[in-house]
Write a protein that binds this ligand. Sequence first.
Ligand code: FAD
Length: 380
Amino acid sequence: MNADGHASAGFGISRRPHIVILGGGFAGLACARELGGEPVRVTLVDRNNYHLFVPLLYQVATAALSPADIAQPIRRILRRHDNIEVVLGEAVGVDPRSRRLSLADGSSLHFDRLVIATGSQYNYFAHPEWEALAPGLRSIEDARLLRSRILRGFELAEREADPTRRAELMTIVIVGAGPTGVEMAGAIAELAHYTLARDFRHIDPGAVRILLVEAGKQILTSFPEELSAYARRRLEAIGVEVMLGQALESIDDDTLVIAGQKLRASTIIWAAGIKASPVASWLRAECDRSGRVRVAGDFSVPGHPDIHVLGDSAALDDPETSQPLPALAQVAQQQGRHLGQSLAREYTGRPSLPPFRFHDRGNTAIIGRNAAISISASAA
Ligand SMILES: Cc1cc2nc3c(=O)[nH]c(=O)nc-3n(C[C@H](O)[C@H](O)[C@H](O)COP(=O)(O)OP(=O)(O)OC[C@H]3O[C@@H](n4cnc5c(N)ncnc54)[C@H](O)[C@@H]3O)c2cc1C
């Protein structure tokens, strides 16, 4: 074990520059892969020992996939690279002056370069107390919790004699009609209409009430209006009630007030807006409204040339559109790849890469089992 509390990855390797990558998600993992076999020592730190394929979490929450289908051990993904170590740990802060990353167990890691790719979390705006009542979908634990709430609602309804209470137990509310809310609504409708259709004796799971509540005037605002309208029609065809321009006013246990109307639900799901992980406060760095750290073109944090931030935690404008790059897996992955290649070139004295440019591969939202909308890269 070395002074940093972990084994060094091979003889002589400890004298190489040490790059610490925090986060084994889309950005961090892509960066690490590019540094495999390069003359640097890499330590990838994550609070989980697996890489999570977040876009399919809604399928775990609706019992279509099991957690193991969307989680891959980070060690296995990186095992062929002798210069990369994986450390299980929760980061709690960074000291840029002493170049140390602090972990929750009290230990710390010294770095020559730090790459932070800790992603994002749901934003409950002024209502942090809603988080326990209306969980979002960001982790395997969230997906398991939502799956158990959804299925428990049906189980309790099966044993409920009072029709009003039974209907409440078969009501599911999704707050926010972006891609996650829409995909979740479609998947719950399919679960109720097909997967569970013949499993109960006293209730018809198909009678479930699924409400998709959106404060804006359109669902899926990142898609053109006609595709968004098509998605809405498809959702309604499979039994989802789409409530546009309706603001959620309160949540109290299982009771919500939406645009002045009170209703009770067995499951409330939050899919309304994200904020970055707390990197900006660790670094006292400038951030945008979502808490994303404003980074330079090489993803470095102004004033801290040895610290880079990537993916959902970083705010960077697309030079072509002057719009902020969206919080998407493909953005995170491309940034990770670019930074990994840039660092590899820097440490081997090869010419540097041209500045990062995002190559849009298009965007898709799945609506139930038989429909999807997709926007191609050229149209995006
Ligand atoms: C439900 C859902 C569906 C989505 N669907 C799509 C989609 O269809 N297409 C698409 O392009 N994008 C989609 N996205 C967005 C996409 O998942 C993110 O943009 C992407 O995951 C960002 O990558 P990242 O590397 O920045 O962060 P992440 O992939 O979230 O990785 C962050 C990593 O950091 C680790 N971490 C965080 N904090 C700490 C800490 N303090 N200490 C140690 N480790 C830490 C986490 O465990 C995680 O492994 C979806 C997001 C959600 C929530």
